[in-house]
Design a protein around this ligand. Structure first.
Ligand code: OGA
Ligand code: MN
Length: 303
């Protein structure tokens, strides 16, 4: 029996039935899943029971793992494997974090629209988020279809961004919420160049590539860049491009970071455990290289 693909929206999100991701997949199942991933950009696998190792093993079918970047946890041993990013509200010993925890301030950045690891030169291709425990209300994850957003973008804006490079940094997105990165963290993660428009060979579609991590645009004054980035963000996150996922415990949701943005909605994170664990797959090359662009060396020097 091959897995079943059930569209949730016309062309953006789909549920995959009869897939047990804890086991190796047959060739036919793998083909169906990979094909659906290229057509839809968000796949939902309900009712999974997986160890962390099985979660990572499924992610690795899509490519090498993007090791998680996390602020210093005071040297405590994390709750999860190094190949998994802990995006829960739990401390290493499994308790709900404190109101003033640094990790809480850092993770709040996930509530801004973003695409994973765009603050790294080679960003994430795919993310696979496994939800082990959910709050009864709130805490949905929203996804924006950057292909549909591109298709509907007015021509004058298309012309302004095609072939352009933006600079993304974790410090840019965290600054929007007043979270301060340490000097050490900023040195380790300087702003990186990213293509603003991506042409997806695997689907034949084009998408905006955008995130709250984007703070500057090469060859553009900073205030003009900020205004343009905000206009693009407003456009790309209009409700018609957005699928909002209400989690069930045991859902694994995977998304294509190359052509989507996402954000977590707030919930009472001091009351309810939300045990979300993410395996992240690396993209194949810097986005500017994939697009045949050359970052402006002067823009880097000006950082
Ligand atoms: C992520 C992320 C949002 C959420 O895991 O990359 O942004 O709803 N998560 O947990
Ligand atoms: Mn994310």
């Amino acid at each position: 029996m091959t897995v079943e693909i059930w569209p949730v929206t016309e062309s953006f999100a789909a549920e995959v039935g009869d897939a047990d991701l804890s086991k190796p997949l047959s060739a036919a199942d793998w083909q169906a899943i990979e094909g659906a991933f290229h057509t839809y950009a968000v796949l939902i696998f309900p009712d999974q029971r997986m160890t962390q190792e099985q979660h990572v093993a499924f992610a690795k079918r899509f490519g090498p793992i993007d090791p998680s970047m996390i602020v210093d946890l005071d040297g405590v041993k994390p709750r999860v494997l190094t190949d998994i990013a802990d995006v829960s509200n739990l401390t290493p010993d499994g308790r709900i974090w404190n109101a003033d925890s640094r990790l809480r301030g850092f993770q709040a950045g996930n509530q801004l629209w973003h695409t994973d690891s765009s603050f790294k030169e080679v960003p994430a291709k795919a993310s696979l988020l496994f939800m082990r425990a959910i709050p009864p209300v709130g805490g949905q994850t929203e996804f924006a279809d950057m292909r549909a957003a591109w298709d509907a973008l007015p021509d004058d804006l298309k012309a302004q961004v095609e072939g352009r490079i933006a600079r993304h940094a974790i410090a840019y997105s965290r600054a929007r919420q007043g979270f301060e990165m340490s000097e050490e963290e900023n040195t380790a993660l300087p702003a990186v160049p990213q293509a603003m428009v991506r042409h997806h060979g695997y689907s034949g579609r084009t998408g905006l590539y955008l995130a709250s991590h984007a703070g500057r645009i090469d060859g553009m004054a900073d205030d003009a860049a900020a205004e343009l980035l905000q206009r693009l963000m407003d456009h790309a996150t209009r409700r018609r491009f957005v699928y909002s996922h209400r989690w069930r415990a045991g859902d694994l949701v995977m998304w294509d970071n190359r052509c989507t943005m996402h954000r977590g909605l707030p919930y009472n994170d001091l009351r309810w455990p939300r045990d979300a664990q993410r395996a992240t797959v690396l993209d194949v090359a810097p986005t500017w290289e994939q697009e045949g662009l050359t970052p402006d060396a002067m823009a880097v020097a000006a950082e």
